[in-house]
Write a protein that binds this ligand. Structure first.
Ligand SMILES: Cc1ncc(COP(=O)(O)O)c(C=O)c1O
Length: 387
């Protein structure tokens, strides 16, 4: 296999992956040493000095700038949230929608994206779904657009089959039709390059516990700052352009910040943000293009191995249509998951099979071991059928 970076050195930073065959980054990545050290340093400061909050906030701004670089955005366009769901709900409720308007989505997309918009139905907003398909692009949505269509919301990469949809063409369509464009990048971020400007996104949301290597409880929101009309549904002092320095609320001065801070509410997940800082440094050091290329190579090896075993791949095979790191093998999950667990192979059950998802630390031996474990069960004669 081609070496895009020193995978074995990276692997040493994730001790958990030496104890099992970890192929479940689409669920959550194991903690790395730099992230652990960042969390420990935060705990020590907090424990020993009662917390230099102003220093933590300064560091948070430095982390915000790194997030902005990752998405080709300005730091003023990045807000910290709790997770993807919160980011999607902030976005959905900031859109200036009225009864009779409609929003377009993909049927079967992640529910944490869908419910944020389905909840708007109580305000008389319609949610229209296109069918899930291997290819989703501008053309997929075009026929559903009418004069009342105001937005499209979709995932970039699907969690259940690793599709990588054509968000660039959908973004262009949204620009042409004057629609807001909201993208859930939870399964893409940290592995697939994302350029908020090229895809002309209005909002982009994600959590950080998959490709961004942080424990659960921290999310990100990108907001196109030219969309100044988009205001938050919730408000706290931090959301304002002029938070009152005497901590007395001023009903006559409630203009929201002209940055993405308008979408932030109250205090922050500072341990998570410290962890994210370390993770972003690690990702930048390796290079997102290298992570992507490495995962594609492993994916190609996996697809070839599954083919040899006569196991179908769910979802697209073509690099142009798939994410580098998410693959679903058409094996009935209920018959295989216990077996994989008994062999210390970590994968996830999915709607159409078993999901194998890769991270920066996976190597060819991980893929080969998975294939070997499948082959071994088949050869004992107790092998479950292919789905
Ligand atoms: C596409 C997608 N969106 C969102 C989520 C999770 O949402 P949240 O970050 O709110 O837990 C996942 C998986 O956990 C996902 O795959």
């Amino acid at each position: 296999m081609k070496q895009y970076y020193d995978v074995e050195a990276v692997r040493k930073l994730f001790p958990a992956v030496e104890k099992m065959t970890y192929l479940d980054s689409g669920f959550q990545t194991p903690m790395s040493t730099p992230v652990k050290q960042a969390l420990e340093a935060f705990v020590s400061e907090s424990y020993e000095t009662a917390g230099p909050k102003s220093v933590w906030i300064e560091r948070m701004e430095a982390t915000r700038a790194k997030v902005a670089t990752l998405l080709n955005a300005a730091p003023e366009e990045i807000a910290f949230t709790k997770n993807t769901s919160e980011a999607m709900n902030i976005a959905a409720n900031a859109l200036p929608l009225k009864a009779g308007d409609n929003v377009l989505m993909i049927h079967g997309d992640h529910p944490n994206n869908a419910y944020a918009f389905l909840n708007l139905r109580k305000k008389g907003i319609e949610v229209r779904f296109i069918d899930m398909a291997d290819i989703v692009n501008a053309e997929s949505f075009a026929s559903l657009i009418d004069a009342n269509t105001k937005a499209i919301s979709m995932s970039y990469v699907t969690f259940h089959a690793g599709h990588r949809f054509d968000i660039e063409s959908v973004g262009t369509l949204c620009r042409e039709k004057n629609l807001y464009f909201i993208i859930d990048i939870m399964q893409a971020v940290g592995v697939v390059p994302i350029d908020a400007k090229t895809v002309r996104a209005t909002f982009i949301g994600c959590g950080t516990h998959k490709g961004l290597l942080v424990p659960q409880g921290l999310g990100l929101l990108y907001w196109d700052r030219t969309r100044i009309e988009l205001e938050p549904a919730y408000l706290a002092a931090i959301s304002l352009q002029n938070p009152p320095s005497d901590f007395i609320a001023r009903p006559d001065d409630m203009a929201v910040a002209d940055t993405a801070r308008r979408f932030e509410i109250g205090n922050f997940n500072l341990p998570g943000i410290h962890a994210l800082d370390a993770a972003l440094d690690l990702i930048a050091q390796i290079g997102i293009d290298n992570i992507q290329a490495h995962c594609f190579e492993l994916g190609d090896r996996l697809i070839a191995g599954l083919e040899e075993l006569n196991i179908e791949l769910v979802g697209p095979r073509d690099h142009a249509l798939r994410a580098p790191h998410i693959y679903v093998a058409a094996l009935p999950a209920d018959e295989w998951m216990d077996y994989f667990a008994s062999e210390d192979v970590r994968v996830s059950p999915e709607r159409d099979g078993v999901r194998i998802s890769l991270g920066m630390f996976n190597n060819a031996s991980d893929v080969d071991r998975l294939l070997e474990v499948i082959r071994a069960r088949r050869e004992t004669g107790r092998a479950p059928r292919a789905a």
